[in-house]
Ligand binder design. Structure first.
Ligand SMILES: *[C@@H]1O[C@H](CO)[C@@H](O)[C@H](O)[C@H]1NC(C)=O
Ligand SMILES: *[C@@H]1O[C@H](CO)[C@@H](O)[C@H](O)[C@H]1NC(C)=O
Ligand SMILES: *[C@@H]1O[C@H](CO)[C@@H](O)[C@H](O)[C@H]1NC(C)=O
Length: 419
């Protein structure tokens, strides 16, 4: 990041300095009935000459007290980061990065903050994060910031990356961020199995507002937060999320059929370890940029749609630990980029020839199913009991539809696709 320095006329510097001193010590000045400040008073108030605060820009002077105030709220700083937060050269403070703001190309300001891994503790980010008007990026993964989510950051005009993952924030989902048009990166995941969430929910059932999925984000990470809500069916939405991670929450209900329309640019879709149920929608095959699709450890059922064979970029597919059944379909197994397909712990009863080759090659894992002739399958009685249960998937005619042309595939399937 570029740091601009420029000389400030001496007079301006002194005014800036005095202003800062007055900002920091407002009461000292008034204490002596407006008498001129004596030399001894001045010595008491003013730091030694070498500590004079000469700021490279008035924007830095303006946020200096904000940073110092925040520094005073920090209760733990194991890496002594805040020891560098002294003096006027804010651009050299550890974790702070300066750049020119979009509205004045000759100014210098704090444009980004990276506290990742600093392990700082503070009871609140309110009064800090929301008081840095030119901030574009805030990354604070793995700290111990608590208190409410600083909702007033919604007013920061340039903020587009917000990473508060693995912190100790609490309170309801900050709906204010839904109004942040410029936001493209929202990460409030937690580290799993630590008993704390980035955003501890007081009312988990109303946790995630459906509008969140309609925002124009590139990245949305909400994993490991105990969010308990139905995946919204935003049929009209046209979001551009590329990386979606909802893993390890309590999202429930079916994977919405509108997913492809709403999230067409998705390249990583992580839905693992939730409470998703129902059948896989045919529309999953329209997520043409998907490289990773992981919905393992849910309660999904039904057969695999043939449309999955259209996910040309797919490398990793994990559907292990669900209640899927039927035959693993040939179109899926003809995909050229598959590296790891995990279907273990379902009730599949067979696999098409191309799939058998993937199993033999160790690319596809079908342990714990009901496939005759394969090792480590479920007991026959389990399989029989499962098969005997009534099953129903809506839109069953879509399961053999293929919304793309698969060259290796015979004309029969193509005929199905045209039906
Ligand atoms: C931080 O500073 C304290 C006291 O100055 C010192 O004891 C400690 O070793 C320092 N820790 C690191 C990681 O530098
Ligand atoms: C742009 O920033 C410079 C440096 O802080 C300042 O001197 C100048 O007045 C600013 N221009 C405007 C139009 O605000
Ligand atoms: C394949 O994916 C499964 C499930 O995501 C994972 O447990 C396994 O370690 C992966 N295997 C390889 C070889 O990457």
């Amino acid at each position: 990041m570029r740091v601009k320095t420029f000389t400030i006329p001496l007079q301006t510097s002194i005014i800036l300095f005095i202003t800062t001193i007055l900002l920091l010590f407002p009461t000292h000045h008034q204490a002596k009935n407006n008498l001129p400040i004596s030399a001894t008073d001045a010595a008491a108030i003013l730091p030694p000459l070498q500590d004079l605060l000469l700021f490279a820009d008035q924007r830095l002077a303006a946020i200096y007290p904000v940073i110092q105030r925040f520094k005073n709220t920090i209760t733990s700083d194991p890496f002594n980061v805040t020891a560098t937060w002294t003096g006027s050269n804010i651009c050299r403070y550890k974790g702070f990065f300066c750049d020119t703001p979009p509205d004045n190309r000759s100014a210098t300001t704090v444009a980004s903050i990276d506290f990742n891994g600093f392990h700082l503790s503070s009871p609140t980010l309110v009064g800090f994060l929301d008081e840095l008007p030119d901030l574009a990026l805030f990354h604070a993964n793995s700290n111990y910031f608590s208190g409410a989510f600083p909702s007033s950051i919604a007013a920061l005009p340039y903020l587009y990356e917000l990473d508060l993952s693995n912190n100790r924030l609490s309170g309801p989902f900050p709906t204010a961020i839904l109004a942040m048009d410029g936001l493209s990166f929202l990460d409030i995941r937690s580290v799993p199995d630590q008993g704390c969430y980035s955003l501890k929910q007081q009312h988990p059932w109303s946790a995630v507002p459906p509008e969140l999925f309609a925002m124009d984000l590139d990245l949305l990470f909400l994993n490991n937060n105990n969010f308990m809500t139905r995946l919204p069916d935003n049929a009209d939405a046209d979001a551009h999320v590329a990386y979606l991670n909802l893993a390890n929450n309590k999202f429930f209900g079916p994977i919405p059929r509108s997913i492809a329309k709403a999230l067409s640019g998705l390249s990583e879709i992580l839905l693992l370890n939730n409470l998703l149920s129902g059948c896989l929608p045919y529309e999953l095959g329209l997520l043409k940029d998907a490289v990773v699709f992981d919905a393992g450890g849910n309660d999904l059922t039904g057969p695999l749609p043939f449309s999955l064979g259209c996910l040309e970029k797919l490398e990793v597919l994990n559907l292990a630990g669900n209640k899927l059944y039927g035959q693993v379909p040939e179109p899926l197994c003809l995909l050229g980029n598959l590296r790891n397909v995990s279907l273990s712990g379902n009730y599949f009863m067979g696999a098409a020839p191309a799939c058998m080759r993937l199993i033999a090659a160790g690319v596809m894992d079908v342990r714990g199913n009901c496939i005759p002739g394969q090792p480590l399958q479920r007991p026959v009685a389990d399989c029989a009991a499962f098969m005997a249960r009534p099953k129903y998937c809506p839109y069953s005619d879509t399961y053999s539809k293929i919304p793309c042309w698969i060259p290796q595939f015979g004309p029969s399937i193509r005929g199905v696709a045209k039906r």
